[in-house]
Ligand binder design. Sequence first.
Ligand code: ATP
Length: 240
Amino acid sequence: MTDEIVLEVEHLQTGYGDLKVVRDVSLTVRAGGITVLLGRNGAGKTTTLRAITGLNRTTGGDVRYLGEPLGDVPPHRRVGRGMSYVQEGKRVFHELTIEQNLLLGGLSTGKRKRALAGSVQEIYELFPILGDKRSLPAASMSGGQQQMLAIGQALMAKPKLLILDEPSQGLAPVIVKEVMERVHALKATGIGILLVEQAVQDSVAIADDVSVIEMGRTVLAGAADSVTLDDLQRAYFGGT
Ligand code: ATP
């Protein structure tokens, strides 16, 4: 991890119409670092991600990306500036092969075939299982492998910030660990990763920074190695 800040969210407020969901959320993502955003169901994690990616309007606070405030920059321009968002429950194209799915992920970049082929090779190095199965339909892969493919697709755009919403959703515990290990390995590429998770221990284990939100407010934030399980329990369930 470096000191270079990719994303800085300060006192974010957002919601749906008149409904205020996120009231005061702050977090930081550094280049080559993983920030994990935790919180109970309905705490406002996905809504926070939607504001960062421009899908929801920010009604208060700041989102700064690569040193610049994003204001009302629309979602597609944020993508163009290197933000990739893998939404919760993201599905891949089952009938297409793994390689075709990856190539589709690179379409928006406007790159030529040869450059895309190079990017695909890089994804195979990060996720060898995708390389092994490149010619098979995506439907033939397990849930964990399909999640890796969805992440691989997002990486085809060569993002500077990768936002992952619950990649472990619906996966068996042993597969969750495998997906987390792969996400951890992405740090070496130098990108910043913002990870929303329900798998608390597995995600904190790979995180550099942790932020916990409760009812739309940040209630705990800090370096992952300074946050104890007790701190997390208190942040989740209240009390002192
Ligand atoms: P989960 O872990 O269940 O995904 P979360 O922390 O990501 O939870 P959000 O999905 O951000 O929580 O939801 C926060 C609140 O916003 C919830 O009360 C939810 O009902 C509400 N909400 C979410 N999406 C919408 C929407 N499209 N319109 C209105 N309210 C919404």
